[in-house]
Each structure stands twice: as C-alpha cells, then as structure tokens.
Design a protein around this ligand. Structure first.
Ligand code: HEM
Length: 296
C-alpha cells in the first residue's frame, strides 16, 4: 500500500487486490514511521467521523474519467493553481502596499528593494498573472475544440466566459497599482478604450475612473476592485464551475466513438414469453442489438 493511502481513513482506501496485504505490518518501515502513519490515519479518521466527508471524497477521488483523458484535461486545474498562487502572493503584497496616489509608488519601491523576498513575491504575482491568462485561454480552447461547451455543459461554458472576463479585469485593475508612468498611462488608454463601447461604455469608464477624470479615488477604486470585488466573484464562480465538473464529469475526446453497453441477447425462453418465435407474431420488444451508436 503506498504511504499516502495509509493516511486515508479505512473507508476511503482502495479495496485490496487478492494477495495484497492491507494490515500495514511488515512493510519494512521502522516502528516510529509506522506509528506516525497510524497516528495520522487516526486523526484523519477522527475528522472524517465528524465531517462525514467520506462519500464526497470517495466520489471525487475514485470517480471514473472518460477513456482517452489526456494532459489537455489538466489545463483547468493548472488555471486554478495559477489563481491560488495569485491569491497567496497578493495577500503578501497587500501587507506592504498603500493604495493612495501619494504613497503607492513609494510603497512598491520599498517592497521591491527593501523587504525580504519582496521582489521575488512581486515577480511571482506579475508573471503569475501572465501565466494565468495564457492558461485560461488554452483551457478555453481545449474545451471548445473538444466540444465540451455542448449540452449539458452550456452553463459551465457561460460561467467560464464570465471567469475569463473577470481575469482580464484583474489584469486591468492590477496594472495601475504600481502607479508608475507606464502603469498610469496604460490604464488611461485601457479605460478610454472601455469608454468607446456601445451604450454602457461611457458609464463603465466613468465608474472605473470614479468620475469624469482620473483622480485620487481612481487608485483606491481599482485597488478595491482588484483586491475584493473580483476575487470574491471569481472564488464563487470557480466553486460553481468545479461543482459542475464534479456533477457532469468531463467530456470524452471527440475522436473516440461512444460505446453502447453490451446487453445480453434475448434468450429463447424470453422470446416465447413475448410471443415471438412461435410463428404467431406478438407485441414483444425487439431483440436488442450490439450495434454501437456514434456520439454527437
Ligand atoms: C479561473 C478560471 C477557470 C478554472 C479554475 C477552471 C477550472 C476547470 C477545471 C478544473 C475543469 C475540469 C478539468 C478540465 O477539463 O480541465 C474545467 C472544465 C471545464 N471548463 Fe473550466 N476553468 C476556468 C475557466 C474556464 C473558461 C474561461 C471556460 C470557457 C469559456 C471554461 C470552460 C470549461 C468547460 C466547458 C469545462 C468542461 C470540460 C469537459 O467537460 O471536458 N473554463 N474547468
């Protein structure tokens, strides 16, 4: 049994194969290691008894995935990993950042040059944003080309579209925060482009600027949107997106043909009961065939 499985409470462990020992003895590990593993397993069991998480975890960990599942199916999880990294590094950046027009630039300089690992964490957040953007687009491309947007996953696609818009909004609002010349003028351009949108455009850019001109409140508005509004929405939507992944499963690759489950042919005795095979005809159900239908 692999070590990680020993940490799972008994109901979650994979059933033993014939001849495979499951009692944890004689695994060549020292008694200290065995004791530690048993202790961890006991703690997991204690928690599980109170949370009742076994049915959920069993369904998640041992769920069946379609034949032909490949590396492209990891792109959604990779996007989520990038989001989590952004959230963690963002919390550390927020510990030093000051969202006021007078102090923002200085606080970023201090963070970059003087804080222990500050430049590293800032770099992770900056590059992480780019990585997440690339991953989310490639994930969207994968689900599109595999036809995963079709019934019954339309809602999953729609939630995904909102997520991609929110990810871009994170990029726009985050770009202003260093408050140097480049970030300021790039944001002026971005907000003006928003303003050219039909009907809602001017309202949108007024909302983003916090008025008709860039002012002192623009920065704090961007900060609030970047720190609280959009991440909160994204967490809720990622939760809904993942719930649907769990509920509906993933789509098989389009090059695989759907297989009909093999059903046994009607036995002669059934045929008699149904009134077939005796030359009298009758209203019995037609005998099932093994022909495979192609999925859409
Ligand atoms: C923060 C952004 C996102 C996260 C964290 C995320 C996460 C995931 C995960 C973990 C899966 C299951 C595994 C996989 O197929 O990769 C998935 C599936 C899916 N995602 Fe996303 N996703 C995001 C954005 C999007 C976007 C932008 C779209 C499309 C516009 C989208 C559409 C879908 C669809 C249709 C599926 C079902 C795939 C299938 O059935 O094969 N997702 N997502």
């Amino acid at each position: 049994m692999p070590d990680f499985e020993r940490l799972l409470p008994k109901p979650l462990r994979r059933p033993a194969k014939p001849g495979e020992g499951r009692n944890g003895n004689g695994n060549g590990k020292s008694p200290v290691v065995n004791g530690a593993l048993e202790g961890a397993s006991g703690a997991a069991g204690w928690l599980d008894e109170r949370l009742g998480a076994t049915p959920f975890l069993t369904a998640m960990l041992y769920r069946k995935v379609p034949k032909g599942t490949n590396w492209f199916y990891t792109l959604g999880s990779a996007t989520m990993f990038a989001f989590v990294i952004q959230a963690i590094t963002g919390v550390f950046l927020a510990m030093y950042y000051k969202p006021s027009a007078a102090e923002a630039y200085e606080s970023i300089q201090y963070l970059t040059n003087d804080v222990f690992l500050g430049e590293f964490v800032r770099g992770m957040h900056r590059w992480g944003a780019t990585v997440m953007m690339i991953l989310i687009f490639v994930h969207m491309g994968r689900t599109f080309f595999f036809g995963a947007y079709k019934y019954p996953r339309e809602l999953q696609w729609v939630i995904g579209v909102v997520l991609i818009v929110l990810t871009m909004l994170m990029g726009l609002t985050g770009y202003l925060l260093p408050f140097d010349q480049r970030s300021f003028w790039a944001t002026v351009v971005g907000v003006n482009i928003n303003g050219t949108g039909p009907i809602v455009g001017p309202y949108l850019s007024d909302f983003l600027r916090a008025g008709p001109e860039f002012g002192a409140t623009t920065l704090s508005r961007f900060y609030a949107i970047h720190m609280m509004l959009v991440p909160g929405l994204m967490i809720a939507l990622i939760g809904a997106h993942l719930y649907l992944v769990g509920k509906l499963g993933t789509t098989a690759p389009p090059w695989l043909k759907a297989e009909m489950p093999k059903r046994p042919r009607a036995r002669p005795v059934d045929a008699e009961v149904n009134g077939r095979g005796n030359g009298k005809g009758g209203g019995g159900a037609p005998a099932p065939t093994d022909s495979a239908e192609e999925g859409s």
